[in-house]
Design a protein around this ligand. Structure first.
Ligand code: 5GP
Ligand code: ZN
Length: 114
């Protein structure tokens, strides 16, 4: 996907600070962090929104959450708490049209999110 930011980052055509990579997902630091820790966990497979997920994607989405736990634990966030969130659609604030999950931590979190 030539015009997709996260596909271009995956291919190394746009630089990003990678903190994890396996055969299904990779993770980078968000360029505009909204918390002391703000990472993006991104499936390699290009799908625009969560609405495109199929049964065959279960392993990938499961991996997102095990990777989130690993990255959180490495940063001590298992003790202080953290949030994993995916915005689906522009009404929810999605701005990059390749599925990704935000991992946020290192500060207090309010509920409900804005
Ligand atoms: P969304 O708004 O789609 O839920 O999240 C997109 C995220 O991508 C935002 O938090 C934004 O800061 C981040 N982002 C946008 N452009 C870049 C970039 O070029 N590099 C990185 N590392 N993050 C980006
Ligand atoms: Zn993409």
């Amino acid at each position: 996907m030539d015009d997709c930011l996260f596909c271009r980052i995956r291919e190394g055509k746009i630089p990003a600070e990678k903190v994890h990579e396996d055969e299904l997902v990779f993770a980078i630091k968000d360029i505009n962090p909204q918390a002391p820790t703000h990472l993006l966990i991104i499936p390699h497979k290009h799908q625009e929104t969560l609405m495109e997920l199929e049964t065959a994607d279960r392993e990938t989405i499961g991996t997102v959450f095990t990777v989130a736990g690993k990255l959180a634990r490495e940063r001590g966030l298992d003790k202080s708490g953290f949030r994993v969130v995916a915005n689906c659609g522009s009404g929810a604030g999605q701005s990059v049209w390749h599925i990704h999950f935000h991992l946020l931590g290192g500060r207090g979190m309010k509920w409900p999110p804005g």
